[in-house]
Design a protein around this ligand. Structure first.
Ligand code: B3K
Ligand code: ZN
Length: 844
């Protein structure tokens, strides 16, 4: 398993004028005919001709019509070719129905479908499968199926065949083909220049009623990208296809986006508010890739954050505009801390732009995506909104049609603003989360903030240089009025002081407003000051953050020395809950307690060894205490937040339901679940049905409802994923492993389907105390199933192996149990490159 380095990049020896592909579909014997017009790349003198190819049976190959005798190498073909333009033709045979890795051409419920990013096209035919080789594709699909799709515009079709032509040059990773017995949910869109675009969402018969929301989200995304970024759609047709078996959320193939059905299909009866919001965001994300990813793609896979960081940033802006910026920011930071900080502070830490990899599929990470988006947010904060807009215009103008790099991206900002971004570039190059330590003093009307940054060592990077950190600060005076509005302090040194003059009294600082940089803020402060900010801060993020900090402090002290929950904290939460000038969605977020994994990391950072059982028990106690403290208020909030009329997934209604659900969850700890049972009975939407069931399971009730749920939803695969996941998520720690084990024996459990596998094992990994059961049962169960899955689907296996990435936080006994489990996986004969790289890095 060879390591690939960014520094070894060389341009391709040959480029392509155009490619013609013909697919003769068959479950086990699909024939792929290719005709590729090559010419030597004038930018290089290298003339070594190599075509990637894996798991292909070569039937024939010719160069300029003459049979050639290629040398079949490990991962492709070596062929002697002229130092001049030539035509390469080949025929290969592949077997989609036995492709359980879900990469390349595969089958899902009788439908053919592809996934090529990053390097799946080489499992379809011999090709220079690298993103810097771009060309136009003409594709003919032959098969006895009603729907035959590929990228671009439809060119011609007849009985059992269809031809597609994509006029925009693209790399092979954006190729897609779909064929099946599908039905379309059609619509259309008029672009800003007046072109009419045909839109379709293709689904399996029976899913037609779950397309409307996705279609509306698509049209909203198209309008938004025109209005905010000036980007218009560029083909006559845009197709989305839902597929049940898919390794991730969705894929931005040119003009033919393929979606995990969980990321597009929605109906009020089967989808929760959270599902609706996620679907809207993923549809937007894939659509936005048409410009940031497809029209401008990546030169090589090290540049992945160029398209992913930017596209995540764009989808976050979109969701903020559609819903609430404050709530979106809080949710994004929660996700960032939960996944990216966890990654950045463990053995899998890597830079936003990694400099080496073994298997690129292992680098579709929270760091590349979410931290990549944070880096763009910081850049925007530093240059300002107007210059950000100018820089983006220049980026599209200068690089349309290119396979670009992070250097190209930063150059656009340098040329627009005259700034030197050399130091800023460290955000792309250095792994690890900076610790920002803040001290302050007040003297004679001058308030000084002293900032110190430090980034702990990460694998391969023992020493870190100081970064540019935009620190957004506001100051409040002791009566709660804002005396200094949000100001961006631009920190560039390891240590730096900033002064605010002419203040009448010592202010209370609100630091890192809007979470202006992805750092860990460390400051000795009092709970009184946190409660003050929770009550008075004008920055909604920091207002929430103050409550969060109170919660963390309360829980941490409950865990470490058994201190009972602080009344000041409970009262502060009560005040927030009562304040009906605050958005219900915000109040719901304020009420949600820090997660157990978050507390474990916090304790570990403070030099302690976290005990998952103690953290679990402290969380339970805190919820119970909170419920009692709020007991008079809960029924009132629960009733007030009732949304009358038919279900609508809009942000306002969803916010009310979120607060109602938070109230119900606490109330259930007091009323034995009677309100939750009533809600379960009367619910006409999945948000409330599932919410009620979760409350019941949390208090170890809900047996009957769980059975009824299965009877009601047994035919719906996406809802059944919830049924599987729920039981593991809400299992008490000592029963989590047994619950997961029992579910794997259920006839509806399906190892091949990533959604179902994740429903059980993703949930087990997230059940902190259950996963870290001191006997090691969960570790072993997860290891057993990862070993089984690896033989079938390496990508999903490798992804789930991150369950173990935090192992060094824990005590010696747990560490040695985890090490045993990891070593058992690592010594499995024939283990995939994906899993072997991940487990190797976790162990080191
Ligand atoms: N670009 C794809 C992810 C491909 C993952 C390959 N293992 C989805 C997205 O980011 O939009
Ligand atoms: Zn993406």
């Amino acid at each position: 398993n060879e390591t690939i380095f960014l520094k070894d990049y060389t341009p391709p020896a040959y480029l392509i004028d155009d490619v013609h592909l013909t697919f003769k579909l068959d479950p086990t014997k699909t024939r792929v005919l290719s005709r590729i017009a090559f010419h030597p790349n004038p930018e290089t003198t290298d003339r070594d001709f190599f075509l990637h190819g894996e798991q292909l049976s070569l039937i024939s190959a010719t160069v300029d019509g003459k049979a050639c005798r290629p040398e079949i190498a490990d991962e492709g073909l070596i062929i002697a070719v002229p130092d001049a333009p030539f035509i390469f033709e080949a025929e290969v045979e592949i077997s989609p129905s036995t492709n359980t890795a879900l990469e390349g051409l595969y089958m899902s419920n009788g439908m053919y479908c592809t996934q090529c990013e990053a390097e799946g096209f080489r499992k379809i035919t011999y090709y220079p499968d690298r993103p810097d080789v771009m060309t136009t594709f003409t594709v003919r699909v032959e098969g006895d199926l009603p729907v035959l799709l590929s990228n671009g515009n439809p060119a011609a079709s007849g009985d059992g065949w269809a031809e597609w032509h994509d006029p925009w040059p693209k790399p092979s990773y954006l190729f897609a083909l779909v064929a099946g017995d599908l039905v379309a949910h059609p619509d259309s869109f008029n672009t800003m220049s007046g072109k009419q675009v045909e839109l379709n969402i293709y689904v399996r018969p029976g899913d037609e009623h779950k397309c409307a929301f996705g279609m509306e989200a698509l049209k909203r995304s198209m309008v938004w990208d025109e209005q905010i970024y000036g980007r218009e759609y560029d083909l006559d047709i845009f197709n989305i296809v839902a597929v049940d078996d898919f390794n991730m959320g969705a894929m931005e193939n040119k003009g033919l986006n393929i979606f995990n059905s969980s990321a597009v299909l929605a109906s009020p009866e089967t989808s929760t508010d959270t599902n609706f919001e996620r679907i809207e965001a993923i549809i937007a994300h894939e659509y936005f890739h048409n410009w940031t990813g497809n029209r401008i793609t990546c030169r090589d896979w090290f540049q992945l954050c160029l398209k992913e960081g930017l596209t995540v940033f764009r989808d976050q802006q979109f969701t903020g505009d559609m819903r609430s910026h404050a709530v979106k920011r809080i949710n994004d930071v929660l996700a960032l801390r939960g996944r990216q900080f966890r990654e950045d502070n463990g053995p899998l830490a890597h830079p936003v732009r990694p400099d080496s990899f073994v298997e690129i599929n292992n680098f579709y990470t929270a760091t590349v995506y979410e931290k990549g988006a944070e880096v763009i947010g910081m850049l925007k904060r530093l240059v300002g909104d107007a210059d950000y807009a100018k820089a983006l215009d220049l980026y599209f103008e200068r690089h349309d049609g290119d396979a670009a790099t992070i250097e190209d991206w930063l150059k656009v900002f340098e040329d627009t603003t005259g700034r030197d971004l050399d130091q800023f570039k460290r955000w792309y190059e250095q792994a690890g989360t900076p610790r920002l330590t803040v001290t302050d003093h007040f003297d004679n009307g001058t308030y000084t903030l002293h900032l110190k940054q430090e980034t702990p060592p990460t694998p391969g990077q023992p020493k870190k240089d100081p970064r540019v950190i935009p620190v957004a600060v506001g100051l409040l005076n002791p009566n709660g009025d804002e005396v200094v509005e949000t100001t961006i302090l631009e920190m560039t040194e390891a240590e730096q002081s900033f002064e605010f003059k002419g203040l009448a009294a010592r202010p209370v600082p609100s630091i890192l407003r809007g979470f202006s940089a992805p750092v860990i803020l460390q400051r000795d402060t009092t709970n009184a000051e946190r409660a003050f900010l929770l009550a008075h801060d004008t920055d909604p993020f920091n207002k929430w953050e103050a409550g969060r900090a109170l919660g963390k402090d309360t829980l941490s002290r409950m865990v470490t020395n058994g201190t009972p929950p602080d009344n000041a904290y409970l009262d502060a939460l009560m005040a927030v809950l009562r304040d009906d000038t605050l958005d219900p969605a915000f109040r719901a977020l304020a009420l949600s307690l820090p997660g157990q994994d978050d507390i474990a990391q916090t304790l570990f950072d403070a030099g302690l060894t976290p005990d998952p059982d103690k953290i679990y028990r402290a969380s339970q106690t805190l919820k119970q205490t909170l419920a009692q403290h709020l007991q008079d208020l809960l029924p009132k909030i629960y009733a007030e937040m009732h949304v009358p009329g038919p279900y609508s997934p809009d942000a306002e209604a969803a916010g009310n339901r979120a607060l109602q659900g938070a109230a119900l969850s606490l109330l259930s700890r007091l009323d034995g679940g009677s309100a939750a049972s009533r809600q379960y009975e009367s619910a006409d939407n999945m948000t409330q049905q599932l919410g009620a069931l979760s409350c019941l399971l949390t208090i170890e009730k809900g047996e009957a409802e769980l059975a009824a749920f299965r009877t009601q939803w047994g035919q719906d695969r996406l809802v059944m994923d919830k049924w599987f996941g729920l039981q593991v998520t809400y299992a008490a720690p000592e029963r989590a492993a047994a619950t997961a084990d029992r579910l794997t024996k259920d006839p509806e459990f399906d190892l091949i389907n990533p959604n179902r596998f994740r429903a059980v094992f993703g949930a087990l990994a997230m059940n902190a105390a259950g996963f870290h059961d001191p006997t090691g049962t969960s570790y072993n169960l997860v290891a057993d199933w990862l070993i089984r899955l690896d033989a079938l689907n390496p990508q999903t296996t490798a992804r789930l192996s991150t369950a173990f990435e935090t192992w060094r936080r824990y005590d010696g006994d747990r560490q040695s149990l985890i090490r045993d489990a990891l070593e058992r996986i690592q010594s499995t004969p024939g283990l995939s490159r994906d899993t072997s790289e991940m487990v190797g890095r976790i162990l080191n």
